[in-house]
Every structure is written in C-alpha cells, then in structure tokens.
Write a protein that binds this ligand. Structure first.
Ligand code: GAR
Length: 196
C-alpha cells in the first residue's frame, strides 16, 4: 500500500476527492497525513476522514528555508512514499525538493508548460487561449517546470470566468491525480525515471 502525504493551502476540493478514492478498499494508496502552510479550509476534509493534519504557518518563519525545514520535519514523521502538492500555493525550497523528489508531485490547472505559476487559470483567460488544461508533474526547483506525468486539454468556452473555467478544470485534475497515484502505487509508473 502506497502511503501519501498531501499539502494544501486552500479549499482542498481536490484533496477531498482523493480522500474519497483512497477510502475504497481497491485503491492501492492511502493518505496518511495532510499538511498546510496556513489554517487552510481544506484541513476540515482530512479531519472528517480522521486523517492527521499539521500546519506549518509560512509567516512564522524568517526565511523560506526555515519554513521548508520545519515542513520537511513534519513530513518525515509520516514517512510517506509520496508527497502530493494539491493546491499548495508556496514554492518549496530546494532542500525540500531534493529530499523528496521525484516522490514529490504537483497538480496544476493548465497544460504545462503553458501558464505556470500561481494564476494558471487567470493567465490562460488573459492570453485569450481557446484551450488550456490540467497537468500532474514531478516537482523540481523551477516554477511548474518538472517532468510531466499526465495532462489533458480543457476547452475555454465563450463567457468563461476564472471561476467557471477552474471549476471545469478541477475534475480533470482530480482524475489525472488519482490515476497517477494509482499507477505509482501499482508500479506501472516509475517515478525514478519520470518522462520529460
Ligand atoms: C487546484 O486547481 C490546483 O491545481 C491549484 O490550486 C487548486 C486547488 O484547489 N494549484 C496551483 O495553481 C498551483 N500552482 P482546491 O484547494 O480546491 O483543491
């Protein structure tokens, strides 16, 4: 059974769908802990599923490196086989990336390398793109530049707002993420040799 720790910053709607999938006895992974960089709303989903949570508040540390060191320590408590960034809106410091990658993956609401960064949906709309997408990648030291594990296109529709478009992207992200975790767990996807 693959053990997974999930890191979030926000509402955790993707986390919730993962928790639901992982509850099924035929899913080959289970979530062992959920962490956040703030008192994120989405921690409530973990609590509902009786999954341990931890918060490492970013603003309590002088540097990103100090914050990352504490986050790393908290993750090590759970010894997860895989760490999933599911809406963690912070860049991890290089030491933390080095400690966990390639067993460190991220979901992103765009078809990378298009529209990386914190506002992938907004940026796709601002660029007037007719399609965007969802991606699951291995985290590296760049901003959404790591090897792509799965991705799928999502059409931008006339009249789309950031909200409506993001709402259509998220179900795709969830499906891709759950599929990637399943494939890592079964050995079908070997993260030590991620595709570029
Ligand atoms: C997701 O769309 C995730 O891909 C995105 O934040 C959202 C979190 O939603 N992450 C990024 O944009 C990271 N660059 P949720 O909290 O409702 O699951």
């Amino acid at each position: 059974m693959l053990t997974v720790a999930v890191l979030i910053s926000g509402t955790g709607s993707n986390l919730r769908v993962l928790l639901e999938a992982a509850r099924s006895t035929d899913f080959p992974a289970r979530v062992v802990a959920v962490g956040a960089d703030r008192e994120a709303e989405g921690l409530a989903h973990a609590e509902e599923f009786a999954i341990p949570t931890f918060v490492v508040p970013y603003e309590r540390f002088d540097t990103r490196e100090q914050w990352g060191a504490e986050l790393d320590e908290q993750l090590r408590v759970w010894q997860p086989d895989l760490v999933v960034l599911s809406g963690l809106m912070r860049l991890l410091p290089p030491d933390v990336v080095a400690a966990w990658a390639p067993r460190l993956i991220n979901t992103h609401p765009a078809y990378l390398p298009e529209f990386p960064g914190a506002h992938g949906v907004r940026d796709a709309l601002a660029a007037g793109a007719s399609e965007t997408g969802a991606s699951v990648i291995v985290v590296d030291d760049g901003v959404d530049t790591g090897p792509i594990l799965a991705q799928e296109r999502v059409a931008v529709l006339p009249g789309d707002t950031e909200h409506t478009l993001h709402d259509r992207i998220k179900p795709v992200e969830r499906r891709l993420l759950i599929d990637v975790i399943r494939r890592v767990a079964t050995g079908e996807l070997d993260l030590s040799f991620p595709r570029t």
